[in-house]
Design a protein around this ligand. Structure first.
Ligand code: SF4
Length: 378
């Protein structure tokens, strides 16, 4: 409850102190579910009007051990806890009995589920089709892609996140170009007609060369994808889904400035321009101004509350609410923050140590410096 804490501000408007009132604890600690097998997380309401309403969703576990530096989920749901195949088998049985035909596996990184092969067999033996939202290119295997193809998957999704290996190292999504090539080959070998890829622009240390590398990578992928599959069917469509990096609390990138809508818009144009010549490449993206709003809300403090209240009073017209709000969005979004700044969420303990985040942030910047050095030397 925010009113159980008294907040004071420094002359530069940053937080000076957060003091508990009365019996409020000085640090609020998140509770953690220790035995994930005791609870099944599944779709309870299924309706065709909802996203994924056509499938029964099943969470295979919580947490992700990969530690991508931009990812909130990878940090706050630690430690990694997988549900056992036996526990999942029970749920799959229930799905089959209630007439479901497709199971959507949900989790931070489903392809890292250690018994994925057995689980796919369980779903298959129950007569259901399987769906997975996105797969790490470095954990794609032939049996996994084959199972997805068998389950009627028309599109496989991978998330390289950045166009260059350099930037992928900085964000700690160390997928190599070679692994992306391998994913393309598997997709064609198993006859999946479409490939969708997630990229994120505006990440720390990103340069225009990193942005230009996205359409260049798309062109290279297309070269490999162009081959007909085993049945002689041509490749369908390559989708580039481009999101904007929004710094999130409790991540190593919580100190990174948000890029800003004009810069993101320019980068989007560059990517769209770069793939315009390919009729089977589609670019999907959000509006950078909405990303700027997310950036404000993601790291805003209680002084942002009047903006939210105004937006609600205006029936969600956040653009007008923003114009009428007397706060400064740039203070929360594009302003660089030092690691010694007190952050509005520092008194909430979600299980990640701030010292560890600082170390990871410094490592990210060092990864960039190391790469720049290599570039100069070679
Ligand atoms: S981006 Fe995906 S792989 Fe990386 S930490 Fe988050 S959930 Fe895990």
């Amino acid at each position: 409850m925010p009113d159980r804490y008294e907040v004071t501000y420094a002359a530069d408007a940053t937080l000076a102190e957060v003091k508990p009132r009365g019996t409020a604890p000085s640090v609020v600690t998140k509770r953690r579910l220790r035995d994930v097998n005791r609870f099944e997380t599944i779709s309870l309401v299924k309706t065709p009007n909802a996203e994924y309403g056509h499938m029964a969703l099943l969470e295979v576990g919580k947490g992700c051990g990969r530690g991508c530096r931009f990812c909130l989920e990878g940090q706050v749901y630690r430690p990694v806890r997988h549900r056992s195949v036996e526990a999942l088998r029970e749920t799959v049985r229930k799905f089959a009995a209630d007439g479901s035909t497709r199971v959507g596996l949900v989790g931070a990184c489903v392809s890292d589920y250690p018994w994925i092969g057995q689980l796919l067999d369980v779903v298959h033996d129950a007569g259901l089709e399987v769906s997975i939202s996105s797969i790490r290119a470095d954990s794609l295997t032939d049996p996994l892609v084959a199972a997805l193809a068998r389950g009627g998957h028309r599109t496989l999704t991978i998330a390289p996140e950045a166009g260059t290996e350099r930037l992928r190292r900085v964000i700690r999504k160390a997928i190599t170009d070679e692994q992306i090539d391998g994913a393309c080959d598997l997709v064609r070998r198993r006859g999946i007609p479409n490939l969708k890829t997630y990229f994120m622009i505006g990440q720390p240390t990103e340069t225009m060369a990193d942005v230009e590398a996205i359409p260049a990578l798309a062109a290279r992928m297309l070269e490999r994808l162009r081959v007909p599959d085993g049945q002689g069917h041509p490749f369908g469509r390559l989708t580039l889904s481009i999101s904007s990096f929004v710094p999130k609390p409790w991540t190593p990138f919580q100190w990174a400035p948000f890029d800003g809508a004009p810069s993101l818009q320019k980068k989007l144009e560059l990517i769209k321009q770069g793939v315009r010549r390919f009729s089977n490449v589609r670019v999907l993206h959000e509006n950078p101004r909405e990303a700027a709003l997310q950036a404000l809300l993601a790291r805003g403090d209680r002084r942002v509350a009047p903006f939210l209240a105004r937006a609600a009073a205006l029936d969600g017209d956040w653009r007008r609410a923003l114009r009428e709000w007397d706060g400064d969005p740039a203070f929360y979004t594009t302003r660089p923050r030092g690691t010694d700044e007190r952050l509005p969420w520092d008194h909430l303990d979600v299980g990640v140590k701030k010292s560890g985040l600082v170390r990871e942030w410094e490592r990210a910047l060092a990864a960039d410096a190391a790469t720049s050095l290599t570039t100069v030397v070679t």
